[in-house]
Design a binder for this molecule. Structure first.
Ligand SMILES: [Zn+2]
Length: 122
């Protein structure tokens, strides 16, 4: 495996499609589909992932961890995230209970209620 590429990662401003340019190491494309396109810091394979870019384009932070190869062909499989323009290895996120999306809530779907103990008889 190649050496870990720490960065700097930065967002290519004005590039929203891959037709224009393929990202080099460190370059992040904020794709107009809402995905981010960037190269894995471990193996340099191009990754497409859904993540929000926080902070500034020059020192971006991703709001979640990305797994290399999760979208397309499996590559090295590492989890990583970008914080302030630097790539960090990340823990695989734990499976959490999925919150109901607003759409379902509006449609009248309620999360399963927690089990409550029966109130004591008076
Ligand atoms: Zn990789």
């Amino acid at each position: 495996m190649a050496e870990w590429f720490k960065g700097p990662y930065f967002v290519l401003e004005g590039v929203v499609r891959l037709a224009v340019k393929r990202p080099a190491r460190g370059e992040i494309i904020a794709h107009d589909s809402g995905a981010v396109v960037l190269r894995c810091p471990a193996c340099a394979a191009i990754q497409f992932a859904r993540a929000n870019i926080l902070n500034s384009p020059k020192t971006p932070t991703l709001d979640r961890a990305i797994q290399c190869g999760s979208g397309h062909c499996k590559r090295c499989g590492v989890w990583f995230t970008i914080r302030n323009g630097e790539a960090f290895p990340a823990e695989a996120p734990e499976k959490k209970e999925v919150a109901l999306p607003d759409k379902l809530k509006k449609a009248g779907v309620h999360p399963q209620p927690e089990l409550k103990l029966k109130p004591k008889a008076e």
